[in-house]
Design a protein around this ligand. Structure first.
Ligand SMILES: [Zn+2]
Length: 474
């Protein structure tokens, strides 16, 4: 990029909320069902139907806003956004224009820059068009129509592809950890549009902006920003002008092309939605949601490094996905050895996760079974090599590791004869122990237990040793 130019980027990010039902009707909100099975007169826009607002959607939108530092609007109203397209049977989308649910907030990047949200609003999703290139026919699936969405609109604060990708990664992480959305881009659960313009650093006014759509991965967002930045600078350098337009990104070809120019672009004719009530959100409502907010990724990171003593690098891996962090915390409740558990999860389980088609760690091995194996090793009942073998067998058979270890004679046990032999020889070497035992029985017992453990690499049954010592002494 030529150094006298700077890039000004704003993003609009849609995320589908994790509700059980749609936002204005009771149809199921679920991905991957047979097309047009989760539909009803409301979400296919039949005349005479009335929308009924889903409370869960409002609560999740509030939760998203609070996790992102936004202020919650005290009044919630909806507006109609009109456009005519087959994915929208009513020919308008119920959205928010006047009073979006969340105002402000933002995300801090690693370089210290704070990227602000203008607002976050709640709206309904449209249906999905599926084009069959072989028959040249287009099909419509209305299962997605009416699914609750939040749209995050940022200020024009970003100035590179790297910043945009970092911002999106952090936004996704925050929404997933707050249990607001799954943000699965490949399923359309998170979508991002980019507004981009370039200007000379000496210019105070923003350049003409171009909107880019159809960006279905963070990588595509990064590539599209780089491509568009270079295209605009080149255009200006050649004496040309930037046309305000919408461009579609083709990730396979690595180019963008014009979809429609501003002249054809739509006037949405926003008007207040007459079929929904305005809703008052009290301070009490806000506090209730705030108090129930799950721990943010940043708070978990701080806890892992300061309280558990993990390195920043390790802690970042554990919070890279919510299901990894949740699994780690589940293990900690069973066996509180933060560093040991972190090592097992990172070196063994994440490798298995990457090499196979598992989507959670619990699918590989339950937290309980993993902790059982680690504890056997820590208690020196099995060697390190055996512990890895036991892990593999447990993953393969899904059986209880203790049973597997017993069945395969993996746990080394020291015979009672051997133990009594060691105790006898210690006493034969130091007969004075009989006398001192009378004054300090606990101290002498512990000393003998220590000797036995030393000679058996910690594999003897301590309670049996104690029992035998007391019998001998009396
Ligand atoms: Zn419906």
């Amino acid at each position: 990029m030529k150094s006298e130019y700077e890039v000004c980027i704003g993003l609009e990010i849609h995320a589908e909320l994790k509700t059980n039902t749609k936002v204005f009707c009771s149809c199921k909100n679920s991905f991957g069902d047979k097309p047009n099975t989760n539909v009803c007169p409301i979400c296919i826009g039949l005349p005479g139907t009335l929308p009924i607002l889903n409370k869960q959607a409002v609560l999740l939108a509030m939760r998203a806003g609070l996790a992102l530092g936004s202020t919650i609007s005290p009044v919630l109203t909806f507006d109609r956004k009109h456009y005519f397209y087959p994915d929208l049977p009513k020919a308008y989308q119920i959205s928010q224009n006047e009073h979006p649910i969340c105002i402000g907030g933002g995300i801090k990047l690693d370089n210290g820059k704070f990227v602000r949200f203008n607002h976050i609003h709640l709206e309904e999703d449209a249906g999905k068009l599926v084009h069959d290139p072989f028959t040249d026919e287009t099909y419509i699936d209305y299962n997605r129509g009416g699914v609750p969405l939040i749209e995050h609109v940022t200020e024009v604060d970003l100035s590179s592809a790297d910043e945009a990708v970092e911002f999106l990664t952090k936004l996704r992480q925050t929404l997933v950890f707050a249990d607001v959305a799954d943000c699965k881009m490949e399923q359309g659960g998170m979508r991002c549009d980019v507004n981009l313009s370039v200007k000379k650093k000496t210019d105070s006014k923003l350049g003409t902006k171009v909107e880019m759509k159809n960006l279905n991965s963070f990588k595509a967002v990064g590539r599209a920003i780089e491509y568009e930045t270079n295209r605009q600078i080149e255009e200006l350098e050649n004496g040309g002008q930037i046309i305000q337009e919408t461009r579609k990104w083709d990730d396979t070809k690595g180019i963008s092309f014009a979809m429609r120019s501003k002249a054809e672009s739509k006037d949405y004719r926003y008007m207040p939605e007459p079929d929904t009530f305005s809703i008052e959100i009290t301070e009490n409502d806000v506090n209730t949601v705030k108090n129930a907010l799950p721990m943010t990724p940043q708070a978990r990171l701080d806890k892992y490094t300061s309280e558990y003593g993990l390195s920043d690098y390790d802690a970042k891996i554990l919070i890279s996905e919510k299901f990894i962090s949740d699994y780690y915390e589940e293990c900690l409740k069973i066996y509180c050895e933060p560093k040991t558990l972190a090592n097992w999860i990172m070196t063994d389980l994440l490798k298995i996760l990457k090499d196979n088609s598992y989507s959670t760690l619990n699918e590989i091995i339950s937290a309980q079974n993993l902790c059982t194996i680690i504890k056997l090793l820590d208690d020196k009942k099995i060697s390190r090599n055996i512990s890895k073998e036991l892990l593999n067998l447990t993953i393969e058979t899904k059986e209880n590791p203790l049973e597997i270890a017993n069945k395969n004679k993996m746990i080394e046990t020291i015979s009672e004869d051997k133990i009594t032999g060691i105790v006898d020889s210690v006493l034969a070497e130091k007969p004075e122990l009989y006398e001192t035992y009378k004054q300090e029985p606990d101290k002498i017992t512990n000393f003998i237990v220590g000797q036995v453990m030393k000679q058996t690499q910690g594999k003897a049954d301590a309670s049996f040793v104690k029992e035998y010592v007391s019998k001998k002494m009396n």
